[in-house]
Design a protein around this ligand. Structure first.
Ligand code: NAD
Length: 310
C-alpha cells in the first residue's frame, strides 16, 4: 500500500524517518529551521506535521492546521504541543515513548558518577594547571539510596541500572508502580516527603504538568539531607531553579546535575557559578541509538495509522 499524504518535518530528525516516509509514497517537506511564522503560513497544506523539541505547536498554529490528521513528536515529552487544540481539530498526537529511556537513564548514571567523584572539577583543574587530588575525595554509589520521582519508562530503566551498582532504590509515583519492576530492584515505595528525607540521590522523571510545575521548591529541598544531590533530566519547570541555587549556595544541599532548564538555551544560569553543580544542554535523548529508534517508531506509527491498524 502506498500513501500520498503530505508531511511537514519542522525540526532536525534522523534521515531515516524522511527515507521511510518517502519510500511509502508520502510527500515530505523537510524544513528543520522553519520559523513559527513560516509554519503559520503553510501548515494548512499538510496532512502530517512532525516536530522534535524546538518547534512549539501552539493553539494559534494548530488552529490553522485544517488538513492535518497527525502531529508526531519524535521524542517523549508533549509539552511543546497544545494537545487540547489538536483534540479540538480531531488531530491524533503521537510520540515515541520508548525511544529515549536507555539514553536518558545512562546519562543520569553518568551524572551521578560525575557528582560522586567530582569529575568535572578534576578535569577543569588539570586544564587550569591545578592538581586537585586532595580536594577531590569522593564517595561511592554502592549502598547509597536513589530516590526515583516518577517510575515510568525512564525511572524504571534507571532503577535497573542503579540496582546493578548495588544502590538501594526508593520510588514515588502518583500511579501504582509496576510490581515486577519493584520486585526486581527491591524498590521501597514511599510518599514524596519520605523519599526526599531518605535519598542520597534524587532523580526526577515526571512530565511537566500544572501539578508537577515547581513540585521541588524551597520547602521540598529543605527536607533533603545536606549531602544529597538532585538530578533533573525530565523538564526544567519541575524544580524551582532559584530555590535550588539558594539551597546549594547556602550548603543545605550537596549538589545537582541538570540537563533541562526552565528557559532553554540556559546559557547564563547562575547555577553555573557553583562548583558542585553539573549542567548539560538537554542531551538526554541525544544518542545515535535513541534518535534512530525514535525515527523508526514514529515512521512505523504513522504508517500504521494511515493503514487504519492503530
Ligand atoms: P513516563 O510517562 O513513562 O513516566 C512518567 C511517570 O511520572 C509516570 O509513571 C507518571 O505517573 C509519573 N508522574 C506524573 N505526575 C507525577 C507526580 N506529580 N509525582 C510523581 N510521579 C508523577 O515518562 P518517561 O518516558 O519516563 O519520561 C519522563 C520525563 O523525561 C518526561 O518529562 C520527559 O519529557 C522527559 N524526557 C527528557 C529527555 C531529555 O532529553 N532530557 C528525553 C526523554 C524524556
Amino acid at each position: 500500500m502506498s500513501f500520498n499524504e503530505s508531511v511537514l518535518i519542522c525540526d532536525e530528525v534522523a534521515p531515516l524517518l524522511n527515507k521511510i516516509l518517502k519510500d511509502n509514497g508520502l510527500k515530505v517537506t523537510y524544513e528543520p529551521a522553519i520559523t513559527s511564522d513560516q509554519i503559520k503560513e503553510k501548515i494548512s497544506q499538510y496532512n502530517i506535521v512532525i516536530v522534535r523539541g524546538r518547534t512549539k505547536l501552539t493553539k494559534e498554529l494548530i488552529e490553522k492546521a485544517d488538513n492535518c490528521k497527525i502531529i508526531a513528536r519524535v521524542g517523549v515529552g508533549l509539552d511543546n504541543i497544545d494537545e487540547d487544540a489538536a483534540k479540538a481539530k480531531n488531530i491524533r498526537v503521537i510520540n515515541a515513548v520508548e525511544a529515549a529511556m536507555t539514553a536518558v537513564a545512562e546519562l543520569v548514571l553518568g551524572l551521578m558518577l560525575a557528582l560522586a567523584r567530582q569529575i568535572p572539577r578534576g578535569n577543569n583543574g588539570i586544564r587550569n594547571g591545578e592538581w586537585l587530588k586532595k580536594e577531590l575525595k569522593g564517595t561511592e554509589l554502592k549502598g547509597k539510596y536513589l530516590g526515583l520521582i516518577g517510575c515510568g519508562n525512564i525511572g524504571k530503566r534507571l532503577g535497573r541500572l542503579a540496582r546493578g551498582l548495588n544502590m538501594n532504590i526508593i520510588g514515588y509515583d502518583v500511579i501504582p508502580i509496576d510490581e515486577e519492576f519493584s520486585k526486581e530492584v527491591g524498590l521501597m515505595k514511599t510518599d514524596l516527603d519520605t523519599l526526599l528525607q531518605s535519598a542520597d540521590y534524587v532523580s526526577m522523571h515526571v512530565p511537566l504538568l500544572d501539578s508537577t510545575h515547581h513540585m521541588i521548591d524551597a520547602t521540598k529541598l529543605s527536607l533533603m539531607k545536606k549531602t544529597a544531590r538532585i538530578i533533573n533530566t525530565s523538564r526544567g519547570g519541575v524544580i524551582d531553579e532559584d530555590a535550588l541555587y539558594e539551597a546549594i549556595k547556602n550548603g543545605n544541599l550537596g549538589g545537582a546535575a541538570l540537563d533541562v532548564f526552565e528557559n532553554e538555551p540556559a546559557t547564563n544560569t547562575k547555577l553555573a557559578t557553583l562548583d558542585n553543580v553539573i549542567l548539560t544542554p538537554h542531551i538526554g535523548a541525544q544518542t545515535k541509538e535513541a534518535q534512530s529508534l525514535a525515527a523508526n517508531v514514529i515512521a512505523e506509527k504513522i504508517i500504521q495509522i494511515l493503514r487504519g491498524v492503530i
